[in-house]
Design a protein around this ligand. Structure first.
Ligand code: FCX
Length: 456
């Protein structure tokens, strides 16, 4: 089996030829209409970005190179609990092809070597160590990633004048794999700062896969050494690892227009290196209407459980939801900018709980999450405002982390950030393979819009 870079190299000529043909022959083809409504409503639904790794269909939800989550679970190499490895998703996103087991294993090993303690950027360790322990974990993540620009091959070779348009992609690829491989240690460092005064919670293992290392470095594995703050037993540890693989696998990409992906692409279009580009994406992921929603959901479920007599009381839940809506607040974890059906990522998480009934049946927050998924859509439909009354992925993810003892809800988005590196950065590699130009839409002011509206 060949490695990821060789496999990528082999498919570039054909894909580039197709791209150039489209660029030469079809530049005038109309794709969408831009109205004043699009300009004033966040360009919702306007097809105006090029993105290959995944697509979100309003009805089907996410597909990765055309494959639904269920197909990915069937086809991509994974663990014995039925989850594909995030490494195999990374391969799929980068090449559009399903890797063999051998290729997945090779990529796991490659990431573990690139991301080892010895290779982790010293400057980043120092930067993270110097930050206040109580600084928002997403701020720490963005700073940590931006500081890695010091070891960027793209930035350094560009500065030395060694790069040209044809080889931009190679250093972008190297930085991308390095960035992804550094995430377990970076994540572990941040988690240890917010929970353990910066003292390590676990050890990096060069023989473990990417998700296992994330769990170990957070002290969420029974195989890590004694400072393990949760003292997981073997089966909890195995389930938490499964959850980590599931979560980081299905959050890897969500087409191009979401804030974190779009930001990474936009900043990268200025030829900023992958570390700077993704650090910017992380800043967007930190927004409450984007990645932070999972943490809102946990607060919401815990608060609601404090005020209702039981999570099995639909009438009380309905009343609580109406009070919330009447006070002009949103139901966190519900609705979506493009989806119009339940989020298949939510369905995958719900299945995770159903497959482990005995583990979750006594957790009233998880039970409330499950029950809410049939009650809240009815209430939101009756409320009549939102276009999608169904649960999105955030309505389940945080509360499952919470169940296993990960109570620092501000940290959930850091794990989201580990996963989301894969889609936007593989796209950045392809942006550079195709030689996409700097992104620069034309902006218009109110006068122009008024003139345009009067002239039609
Ligand atoms: N509860 C109550 N009202 C809601 C709602 C919800 N969950 N979702 C949407 N609405 C309201 C909107 O506030 C808006 O009201 P307005 O006209 O008074 O401003 C109206 O319904 C129409 O909104 P809609 O077009 O359906 O939704 P948008 O595309 O504008 O916004 C988000 C989509 C996701 C931001 C919105 O549904 C929301 O705020 N949901 C709650 C937060 C959340 O779960 N975010 C996670 C998003 C996602 F998974 C991710 O990207 O990470």
């Amino acid at each position: 089996a060949t490695g990821l870079k060789e496999s990528l190299k082999a498919i570039i000529p054909k894909r580039k030829e197709e791209f150039l043909k489209l660029k030469k022959e079809c530049m005038g083809t109309k794709v969408d209409d831009i109205t004043i409504g699009s300009i004033l409503s966040g360009m919702r639904g306007n097809r105006s970005m090029f993105w290959e790794g995944s697509m979100v269909d309003a009805q089907r939800g996410i597909t990765f190179h055309g494959k639904t989550i269920e197909q990915c679970q069937r086809e991509l190499p994974g663990d014995e609990s039925g989850n594909f490895y995030p490494e195999s998703m990374l391969w799929l996103l980068m090449t559009g092809e399903v890797p063999t087991k051998q290729q997945t294993k090779q990529l796991m090993e490659e990431l573990a070597v690139r991301g080892s303690e010895a290779n982790f950027p010293i400057a980043t360790s120092r930067v993270i160590d110097s930050l206040p322990n109580d600084m928002h974990p997403m701020t720490q993540l963005a700073i940590g990633l931006a500081s890695m620009n010091k070891v960027s091959r793209f930035a350094s070779n560009y500065e030395k004048g060694l790069l040209n348009k044809n080889n931009y992609w190679e250093d972008t690829f190297e930085d991308t794999l390095n960035l992804i491989s550094f995430l377990p240690i970076l994540t572990g460092k941040i988690y240890s700062k917010i929970t353990n005064d910066g003292k390590p919670l676990g050890k990096f293992s060069p023989t473990e896969d990417w998700s296992s290392n994330i769990c170990s470095l957070m002290g969420m594995s029974n195989s890590t050494y004694s400072v393990n703050k949760n003292n997981f037993n073997a089966s909890e540890s195995k389930d938490f690892l499964s959850l980590m693989r599931l979560y980081t696998g299905i959050h890897a990409d969500h087409e191009g227009g979401n804030v974190s992906a779009h930001t990474t692409h936009l900043v990268g279009s200025a030829l900023s290196d992958p570390y700077l580009s993704y650090s910017s994406g992380i800043m967007g992921l930190a927004g409450p209407l984007h990645g932070l929603a999972a943490q809102e959901v946990v607060r919401f479920l815990v608060e609601m459980n404090g005020q209702i007599s039981s999570p099995n009381q639909p009438d009380e839940i309905e009343r609580y939801l109406w009070d919330l809506l009447n006070s002009k607040r949103v139901i966190p974890g519900y609705g979506h900018a493009t989806l119009r059906k339940p989020d298949p990522r939510f369905t995958a998480m719900l299945k995770f709980t159903k497959d482990r009934k005995s583990e979750f049946e006594n957790d009233k927050n998880v039970v409330l999450m499950q029950n809410l998924s049939s009650i809240a859509p009815k209430v939101l439909k009756a409320h009549g405002k939102c276009q999608n009354p169904y649960p999105n992925v955030d309505s389940a993810s945080g509360i499952l982390f919470h169940h296993y003892g990960l109570k620092e809800s501000l940290f959930f988005t850091v794990i989201f950030g580990c996963s989301r590196s894969m889609g936007p950065l593989t796209q950045l590699v392809w942006d550079r393979i195709y030689g996409l130009p700097i992104e620069r839409p034309k902006s218009v002011n109110m006068e122009t819009l008024k003139l345009l509206s009067n002239s039609q």
